[in-house]
Design a protein around this ligand. Structure first.
Ligand SMILES: [Zn+2]
Length: 69
């Protein structure tokens, strides 16, 4: 189990992911104006070694994120 790097600011990583994806859900293309909340979803889950890195994260709205898990 990998520990989260304490020097990393998760909020900043999230914001960078949202900026890269232009604040839109990659699944349904909803923006933060049409959905209440965007989430950063791990492409590879942390439980199986996925990193809290921009390259491993995708912007999903709360609805799509819930549907996925
Ligand atoms: Zn969505």
């Amino acid at each position: 189990m990998s520990k989260r790097d304490p020097s990393q600011d998760w909020r900043k990583v999230r914001q960078a992911v949202f900026a890269r994806d232009r604040d839109r859900c990659l699944n349904c293309r909803a923006s933060e104006e049409t959905v209440t909340m965007l989430d950063a979803d791990h492409g590879v889950p942390r439980g199986v070694g996925g990193a809290d890195k921009i390259s491993n994260l995708n912007t999903l709205c709360r609805r799509c994120h819930k549907a996925k898990h």
